[in-house]
Write a protein that binds this ligand. Structure first.
Ligand code: ADP
Length: 397
């Protein structure tokens, strides 16, 4: 069976086609600037040249139509016709408390995705738009939702509850949800395989460090704790998000900078983090370059970034009562040699010792721990699309 994996953002559609016989990727691509002048589709059929198509497209349905046309194109397509696609897997960011697993999409599932618009306003509306566009164009195949929050639904209440009046949990479902669950799921399972141990017997700390970043502590096959919370704003320092701050700072700055709640939301989500602190960029590569040429604020931002991660590692080792391995993944985790080194520096008292020579690697699945490190240190490129394809295949069968 062939599976189409779709990930819709507010103005983008990412897609991949998998052949589930051997889990190979037949093609992947991206439609960018959907609904904005200058729409571009970049299609990468495996083993053939990349194709770029420029054509303004008003909405996600038109965007998906173009994707489907490209997939069956005689020259650069990868399937003869659409009947080869057995099911479609959709990435959905927020499933609320409704889903601890992926699920076939029906009216009720769409209703839950809609109910989460309030708490995931940037992600769930375009995710649902993508689902509806695909259902319209491919009405006879199963559509499956794979939620970023699902893996974290295995957390226990003593970890997901905030110390707020209980009523806000009951009435508004204010609690910690956690995100990047599909990535934490994939890399933690790969780590268990690399250690040759059953997943359920491993204590694992996963570090998904991209433009957004989150960590998870995993034990007994479930998520014990994760750094993102009610929204993806909590936790680590990110490209443009502050991560953890004293909540009193929000009210203080709303007053001082004369911001309403929308403006404050944007301030902490889009103007803070590495961008706000360094004043250089949200991209770690730019910040590292600036720091190397003597920019002190850039160096400060990097130090704050690394220290926050270190303190989460310490806290998670306490929560897990030990740790078999830590796993680096996503843009910074897979490629940031100096970042990984800075994070693991001086953690030998926790049994974490990196081999700095082995660590000089980008984007490869490898163990970079020193021979005398009690905790193994893995770099594992994430593969959220493969998890979506596998779950979709499993449910569609
Ligand atoms: P997203 O959260 O947007 O999916 P990615 O996982 O693609 O992000 O990660 C993007 C980030 O990865 C970039 O912002 C950049 O800071 C970082 N990155 C990419 N390559 C490197 C590198 N060689 N060294 C350090 N950071 C890197």
């Amino acid at each position: 069976m062939k599976i189409l994996v779709v990930n819709c953002g507010s103005s983008s559609i990412k897609y991949q086609v998998f052949n589930m016989t051997d889990e190979s990727v037949l093609a992947k691509g991206l439609v960018d600037r959907v609904g904005i002048p200058g729409t571009v589709l970049k299609h990468e059929p495996t083993g053939k040249d990349e194709v770029v198509i420029k054509k303004d497209l008003p909405d996600h349905t038109e965007g998906m139509k173009l994707v489907l046309e490209v997939l069956v194109n005689k020259e650069y397509g990868v399937i003869a016709d659409m009947t080869e696609i057995g099911a479609v897997g959709h990435r959905v960011v927020h499933g609320g408390e409704g889903f601890a697993k992926s699920t076939i999409i029906d009216g009720k599932v769409k209703q839950v995705i809609r109910e989460c618009f309030d708490i995931a306003p940037l992600h769930n509306p375009p995710n649902l738009m993508g689902i509806e566009a695909c259902q319209e164009l491919m009405p006879s195949v199963p559509h499956v939702a794979v939620f970023d929050t699902a893996f974290h639904q295995t957390m226990k209440p003593e970890y997901f509850m905030y110390a707020l009046p209980y009523d806000v949990y009951r009435d508004y479902k204010v609690r910690r949800y956690g995100f990047h669950g599909t990535s934490h799921f994939y890399v933690s399972h790969r780590a268990a395989e690399m250690m040759g141990k059953p997943f359920e017997e491993c204590k694992i700390i996963t570090l998904h460090l991209g433009n957004g970043g989150s960590m998870a502590a995993i034990k007994d096959g479930r998520v014990v704790d994760t750094s993102m919370g009610f929204t993806p704003l909590e936790g680590l320092v990110m490209g443009t998000r502050s991560g953890d701050v004293d909540p009193a700072i929000v009210f203080f700055l709303m007053d001082k900078l004369n911001m309403n709640s929308d403006e404050a939301n944007s301030y902490f989500n889009k103007k803070s983090g590495m961008l706000g602190l360094s004043g250089v960029s949200n991209d770690l590569r730019d910040i590292m370059e600036a720091a190397k040429s003597g920019n002190e604020r850039a160096q400060l931002a990097l130090d704050v970034y690394h220290n926050r991660i270190k303190s989460y590692i310490g806290s998670y080792i306490a929560e897990l009562n030990g740790c078999d391995c830590i796993v680096f993944t996503a843009g910074v985790g897979e490629n940031g040699i100096e970042n990984r080194e800075a994070i693991c520096k001086d953690l030998d008292s926790l049994g974490i010792i990196m081999d700095n020579e082995k660590n000089k690697v980008r984007g490869k699945e490898v163990d970079v721990s020193a021979a005398d490190s009690k905790v193994r240190i893995f770099i594992i490129p994430t593969n959220e699309e493969l998890v979506i394809a596998r779950d979709t295949f499993g449910l569609a069968k």
